[in-house]
Design a protein around this ligand. Sequence first.
Ligand SMILES: [Zn+2]
Length: 187
Amino acid sequence: MAIEEIEIDGEKVVIKDIDDLTADEFASIKGPKPMGEKALAERAEKRQAAAEVNQLFNQLRTLVVSGHQFADWQLDVAMSTLFVKLEKADAEWIKELSTQVASRPIWQLFAGWFKLLHERGETTAAIYDVDWQTNGESKKEKTFCAYAPCGVEFVGERAGQKFHSNACGVAQEKLDRESAKETSASW
Ligand SMILES: [Zn+2]
């Protein structure tokens, strides 16, 4: 009856010997039913798309760090990424201000608003919406369960969460141990 405690994603999890598991516990470590071909293909597609976005932004970050001089339209595309965080009406208003009213690139509106606030001594007087994330965007980032047989897409409760449930974390830990055992046995 080998029972011990390990830590997964900062949470204590009790590892039991597989023979000691209750029927419910055993069922839970098997994870969800195997995915159908269509679901598997969709998952692969989503993963691919997410990987491409990450790659793109890593390249962008490299350019930013190197002090690359971006064109106005490129800066506007970058600024527009935050529209998903704004009220739809606000985003529309910003676009209209940029194109119709001020005839200025979007980035100049934001830079100009900052200058205005700075001149008024109000840069620290920002109004934060309660709907905005305060602990960093990674907190609500969608990701895929790192336990391969599961692999379900989920939104983590904690930054850097790898498994969608403790059961999957435990199952992965078991896999790791078994493969470690096999590796050391083959030596
Ligand atoms: Zn899972």
